[in-house]
Design a protein around this ligand. Sequence first.
Ligand code: TXA
Ligand code: MG
Length: 347
Amino acid sequence: QTTILTINRDHPDERAVETAGRALREGKLVIFPTETVYGLGASAYDAAAAAAIYRAKGRPSDNPLIVHIADIADLPLVAREVPPEAMRLFEACSPGPLTVVLKKSDRIPDAVSAGLDTVAVRIPSHPTARAIIRAAGVPIAAPSANLSGKPSPTRAGHIIREMDGRVDYIVAGEDCDVGVESTVVTLAVAPPRLLRPGGVTLAQLEEILGPVETDQAVMHAISAGAVISSPGMKYRHYAPASPVAIVEGSGAMEYIRAHLTPDIGVLCFDGEQELFAGAKRAIPYGDPARPETLAHNLFDALRAVDEDRYELVYARAPEPQGVGLAVYNRLLKAAGHTVIDAPEVTE
Ligand code: TXA
Ligand code: MG
């Protein structure tokens, strides 16, 4: 039995915040909004509660959870060591869409870290998330609140449809601003390595840390036998019901238009819908000149794609730069790394 609480970001209902906080402290499961995506939270000190997260999501138990705290001052509760570069990173980019992998404190059970000796830590900026974490009084382990294999939820409607009956509380709030999951960078290796691109860009990280390596898995399919730096990488996150292919290059529009049939879907940019009138459906998801708009709408658009069946869905993708890298990375996963390069058409 799930209780749904509604909390407004700017005018929070204090009693609802207190209810959600107490539930978390007592080992219950609470879904709440963050600035990236909705999270499925439980006390990060409670191994049984962490195990319940994996069950509720149908998540493989070797994929560790991100631990959320409200303040930099709480870092020592979750990390054994907080190196100076971690402090600089958190001071520059937190609260916000950034997760940093550090050496794990003994207080964090193996169920949270999936047996690794590191822990992923994030300080979200969303006021509702922060208020709930503070009210709980314990660090909160929270993966994205989707069923394993589905796109991360960015709208209250997504979670109510998918998770009602699977958790104790759902805190329904506004749409998530960023729309893709946080940037994950590990400081457990030298040089630091970008494991997952998100709202904090590689350029921002490098400004603070100096050179940061981008893990192979960000842009490339993982080959059999490869060393995996972040367990989440090896899972095909979003398995849309229909096959998806990214079409890129200056001839992308012409290529898609030449291949339209009433069984084809298109994930397109704003203003392109009429040009794809021959498709079963064209779903616009933002403006490529402002990749943050694409990030904001991507998962909602992928869920819209799943409302129908298509022979193939062609996806328009932004340049893999800045926040566009996060969008491109999620599209690659949705497409199972199928990319069609469409060079300029010459008459
Ligand atoms: O924006 C977000 O990060 C959201 C919200 C709810 O905060 N959370 C989220 O969690 O996206 P999740 O569980 O869906 O993704 C966590 C990612 C996975 O790819 C996992 O493998 C990686 O972080 N991760 C967690 N702990 C790690 C560790 N110790 N070392 C390397 N990667 C880790
Ligand atoms: Mg996830």
